[in-house]
Design a protein around this ligand. Structure first.
Ligand code: SF4
Ligand code: SF4
Length: 310
């Protein structure tokens, strides 16, 4: 049974070295959550781009849509793929009180708490490197850690992770089924071998949802500068469009999410309110429609061919 109570938005931060598979693991986790009907995100953040350099990967999982795209600074769960990182990187920075740290180590959760001063947090440990060496024949601990995550949190099931693993590997290793078998074994062992301090089982992960202070656009720092404006007069990117967003002002709640995400500044504002679309420069990417809250649904993508007929 899992140890983490269900909550609306769970934020997860992976700490690893490039090449240990944290980006892939975060990706698989998001895919599995999507398959189980959740909303999910995964993305990595690399420093110096070389194998062995410290990197982070992030996941957000929720039962409801969310609109954040920033890096995660106040996670609910931290997964430490390489425990040696804890000697140089403050991996628990911003971790919520009551948050979880899942560590790849042969130490018990109690020993890990003392060794890395993790006392304020809940700690789960699994020797993912040993499992990976025994099953995959190389030290790539991401797969057993995913199994451990499923057991500790219950946020995704082992079965979904297993079917996603098969789906991901079957094309590449069609003639080497033993590789797929080894990955499934690594997942299952991570699930079965993770341990945490018994007294902490079933405590809710946290009481309060995170509070995020959003700046208004006038408070944001100035971004890129265009030294020679007016090229947009020459390049009418609207001619690239296959679909166009159709705006319904009656349904619009003026949240301005469409304006925020449009890469071509093609959402037309008047007195701070959305009034329409600049079709000369809208290239039909559909981002505005995706971000428009489902309850409003004020932007609908329609095939350009439909307009040609009229
Ligand atoms: S479809 Fe893309 S380019 Fe056009 S308005 Fe929407 S976000 Fe902007
Ligand atoms: S995202 Fe939708 S509801 Fe929000 S301002 Fe744009 S059109 Fe209106």
């Amino acid at each position: 049974m899992s140890a983490v109570a269900q909550r609306n938005l769970i934020e997860i931060r992976w700490h690893a070295r490039a090449g240990q598979g944290a980006k892939t693991a975060a990706n698989i986790l998001a895919q599995a959550a999507l398959r189980e009907g959740k909303y999910a995100q995964s993305f990595p953040e690399f420093g110096p781009e070389r194998r062995g350099a410290p990197m982070q990967a992030f996941n957000r999982l929720s039962d409801e849509p969310f609109y954040m795209h920033s890096g995660i600074t106040e996670p609910d769960i931290v997964i430490v793929v390489d425990p040696r990182l804890m000697e140089t990187i403050p991996v628990t920075d911003g971790l919520k009180p009551n948050g979880w740290v899942i560590v790849n180590t042969h130490f018990s959760p109690e020993e890990a708490q003392v060794r890395w001063e993790l006392k304020p947090f809940k700690v789960a440990t699994v020797d993912a490197s040993a499992i990976a060496r025994e099953t995959l024949k190389q030290d790539i601990p991401n797969v057993p850690l995913l199994g451990a995550f499923a057991k500790v949190t219950g946020l995704v099931s082992l079965e979904t992770l297993q079917s996603d693993t098969v789906h991901r590997l079957e094309k590449r290793f069609r003639d080497r089924p033993q590789v797929i078998e080894a990955n499934l074994k690594a997942l299952e062992r991570g699930f079965n071998e993770v341990s945490w301090v018994d007294a902490q089982v079933f405590e809710p992960i946290l009481a309060e949802p995170s509070q995020i202070a959003f700046k208004s656009w006038t408070e944001l720092q100035e971004g890129g500068i265009i030294p020679e404006p007016s090229t947009s007069l020459l390049y009418r990117t609207g001619s690239w469009r296959l679909e166009r967003p159709v705006f319904d002002p009656q349904k619009c709640v003026q949240c301005l999410m469409c304006w925020l995400v449009c890469p071509d500044s093609a959402i037309v504002l008047e007195s701070g309110k959305v009034v329409g679309i600049d079709y000369d420069h809208c290239k039909g990417c559909g981002l505005c429609s995706l971000q428009c809250p489902p309850k409003a649904k004020a932007l609908t993508m329609v095939l350009e061919a439909e307009f040609d007929k009229k």
